[in-house]
Design a binder for this molecule. Structure first.
Ligand code: XMP
Length: 320
C-alpha cells in the first residue's frame, strides 16, 4: 500500500528535502536517466532529479511522433532557461512500428509501454551506462491500473513486473504518493514556471490515447491539428483538461457540393481536482460553435464535431 500525501497536508519544501535524500541514497555515485515529456509530472521529476544529481542525471525528450505541435522545441527551450540540458531522441519509427495494426485500447497502451521501456529506454540506458530511470508516476496512475480500468503506461511494480528483470534498469518514482494537485505544488516549489506547473495534464501514451482505432502517422497528424485548435480556444477556461479525440466511425458529409464520407472529432473539456472524478465544463454555445468552425476549417477530412457531455465515471478522461 502506498501512503497518499494529499495536497492539503503536503509541505513542498519538506517533501523535496526528503526525496532528495532518498534519491541520493539509491543512486549513490551512479548515473540516472529520465524522460521529460513537458507534462507536469515529468517536469517536476526532472527538476527534482537535477537538484539531487546535477550532471549525473541525463534528461531526454523522446520524440515518439505522438506529441503535440511544436512540443520538442518548446520543452527544450524552456528547460534550457532553467539550466537543464535536454537531449531529443528521435524514436518515431520505433513507436509507429509498435502501433502498426493495433486497434484495441489496452493493446495500444501495452505496445507503447514496450516501445518506451524496452526498446527506447533499454537502448538509452545501456548507451549512457545508467542504472536508474527516474520517472513521474503518480498515485492516480497506480489506482486505475490496479483497478484494471486502464493500463497506465508507467506502472510496473504494482502489476508484479520487476523493471530490472524486464528492462534491465531500476525505476525510481519520487512522486508516487501524490496526486496532480500535490505535484503542481512541488513543481512550483522547485522553480518551474506557471506555464508548466499549471499546465493541463497530458497522458504518457500521448496522442495515441486520443485516436480511437489505429494510430497511424496520418491519423495522429489529424488529431494533432485538432488538439492545437482545442488548446488555443479553451486555454482561458480554467478547466482541468481539454482535448480532441479522433473517432474511427465515418459519417456522410458534403464539401464543395460533393459527398464526403468524412471523419469525426469529439471535443472533451473537464472539470476535476485530481482526475479521479470529472464533469464536463459547461462551455457556452458560442465557444462550441467556434470550436466546430475552426476544427472544420483547419483539420482536413473532418465533417463532424461533437462535444462530450458524460461525466467520469462512467466515462474516463481520455478516450483510449
Ligand atoms: P483517465 O483517462 O484514466 O485519465 O480518466 C486520468 C488522468 O490520467 C491521464 N492519463 C495518463 N497519464 N499515463 C499517464 O501518465 C497514462 O498512460 C495515462 N492515461 C491517462 C489523463 O490524461 C488524465 O489526466
Amino acid at each position: 500500500m502506498i501512503k497518499e500525501i494529499t495536497a492539503k497536508e503536503l509541505n513542498p519544501e519538506h517533501f523535496i528535502n526528503e526525496k532528495v535524500k532518498e534519491i541520493q541514497q539509491v543512486v549513490g555515485n551512479g548515473m540516472a536517466i529520465n524522460a521529460l515529456s513537458g507534462g507536469v509530472d515529468s517536469s517536476t521529476v526532472t527538476m527534482l532529479g537535477h537538484r539531487t544529481l546535477g550532471d549525473r542525471l541525463k534528461t531526454v525528450f523522446i520524440e515518439n511522433g505522438l506529441m503535440r505541435e511544436g512540443e520538442p522545441e518548446k520543452v527544450v527551450n524552456l528547460f534550457r532557461k532553467l539550466g537543464v540540458k535536454v537531449e531529443v531522441v528521435d524514436a518515431q519509427k520505433e513507436f509507429f512500428a509498435a502501433l502498426e495494426g493495433v486497434t484495441d485500447p489496452e493493446e495500444k497502451r501495452e505496445a507503447i509501454t514496450q516501445a518506451f521501456y524496452k526498446d527506447v529506454f533499454g537502448r538509452l540506458v545501456r548507451e549512457r551506462k545508467a542504472k536508474y530511470l527516474l520517472q513521474g508516476t503518480i498515485l492516480t496512475d497506480i489506482d486505475e491500473t490496479v483497478a484494471g480500468i486502464k493500463r497506465q503506461h508507467n506502472v510496473f511494480e504494482q502489476l508484479g513486473i520487476d523493471p530490472k528483470e524486464a528492462f534491465g534498469y531500476h525505476i525510481i518514482e519520487p512522486l508516487i504518493q501524490l496526486r496532480k494537485d500535490g505535484v503542481r505544488k512541488v513543481g512550483e516549489a522547485l522553480g518551474l514556471p506557471a506555464e508548466i506547473f499549471d499546465r493541463i495534464p497530458f497522458p504518457g501514451p500521448a496522442l495515441a490515447a486520443r485516436v480511437i482505432g489505429q494510430a497511424t502517422p496520418e491519423r495522429i497528424e489529424t488529431v494533432r491539428k485538432a488538439t492545437a485548435v482545442v488548446e488555443r480556444l479553451l486555454k482561458d477556461t480554467g478547466a482541468f483538461q481539454y482535448m480532441a479525440i479522433l473517432h474511427e466511425d465515418r459519417v456522410t458529409g458534403m464539401r464543395d457540393g460533393l459527398r464526403d464520407f468524412g471523419q469525426q472529432i469529439e471535443v472533451r473539456c473537464w472539470e476535476s481536482v485530481d482526475a479521479r472524478v470529472a464533469t464536463p465544463t459547461q462551455l457556452s454555445f458560442e465557444i462550441l460553435e467556434k470550436l466546430a468552425n475552426e476544427i472544420l476549417r483547419d483539420v482536413p477530412g473532418i465533417v463532424s464535431v461533437t462535444y462530450n457531455i458524460a461525466p467520469k465515471p462512467p466515462s474516463t478522461i481520455e478516450a483510449v
